[in-house]
Design a protein around this ligand. Sequence first.
Ligand SMILES: [Zn+2]
Length: 449
Amino acid sequence: MEKILIKNCQCIVTCDDEKRQLEGYDLYIEGAKIIEIGKNLVIDGAVEIDGTGRIVYPGLVNMHHHFYQVLTRNIPEIQKFELFDWLIWLYERWRYLTPESVYASSMVAMGELVKYGCTTMVDHHYVFPKGQENLIDQQIKAAKKVGVRPHACRGSMSRGKSDGGLPPDDLVQTPQEIIRDSIRLIEHFHDQSFNSFSQVILAPCSPFSVESELLRESARVAREYGVRLHTHLAETRDEDDYCLKTLGLRPLAYMESVDWIGEDVFFAHGIHFNDEELKRLAETGTGVAHCPVSNMKLSSGIARVSEMLEMGIPVGLAVDGSASNDGSNLLAEIRTAYLLQRLKYNEKAPDASDILWLATRGGAKILGRVDIGSLEIGKCADLFMIDGEKMNYAGCLNDPAAIPGTVGINEPVELTMVGGEIIYEKGEFKNIDEKAYARQVDEFSKKMR
Ligand SMILES: [Zn+2]
């Protein structure tokens, strides 16, 4: 079993329950696990990493993404669109997805996340063109190659254009096909053990892209197998209007009517929840994945994160898909979330270190994972490290936990480790050729345009 000793760190930002920031400590890792955190540790046979001047953070947990959207980012025609028009334009391109383009785009999305300190990533894949049903298998294969922990959402759409939905009919599947494939993926890939490197989540795309029966059946299957449930909710005012008009209920009431509420459920966005709905989320422990950059770009609104935290609602942080971000940088998302809440809530806004907490412990909690999210003895060795001696951080080392929010970490980190394995160090990926995948994505992207 490999032994790694990170010596004499400038600071270890633990994100433990006491939010300790440890100066001058060493971190000892054996295999996938953190074995000891202390001063002046001496370990026979350990590979030593000099932590002098380095700040070590827990690996970040990204709670919502659509990796395949890397193929359609920064598109001039849709820069001024809001959600529904934006989706309708993009579906026409996404119908050309293939296993190869999903593999390459997943590689690029995960690669960028890793460069900015992310080690666990939820992806929500819901576009399955006819004949291309096994795309999530490609994502999990890609994650294995990069060395990260994917939580793959088996997304779905069953209501096409002719059924009053937004996507073209050839992008939707029948509820039977969807449930059959959901079960196949859970049985193949869902592993809930300590140090798990693949988990599955059931995730119909939104309340307006599938029928009630599929939502109900997804919830039933998810609970039978002990997997989580995820979808987009309360993202736009259009969605409120649509749900009221066609379903006769506001989005959250509708989801509750089909058994989608509770600690095993989390919603992306959650911008337009009213006071009563926030109370209901708090009472039931239902989670929210906050995606501030996407919400700003699509002019969707500002989520009430400060109030959610005050009420004890579980909140995680996410970049959202690359067509509405248009990047995969969760460190940038921490800074944006911090500033946006400051702008809206002034002195009631969360501290910058609270936002780091959302991107680590917050996400881990929603995913039901006790093995990741903080740097503590017995947890998985998922971490990233920055060089605190750089000019970027001069004069601001008095509160390293706040740096991602206040100062910003605006360049790739020095090192990212997942389960004790260094997968990115000093600008180089250990397991993949960055330029090769970037080129492939450029080619697929051009074809799709
Ligand atoms: Zn999304």
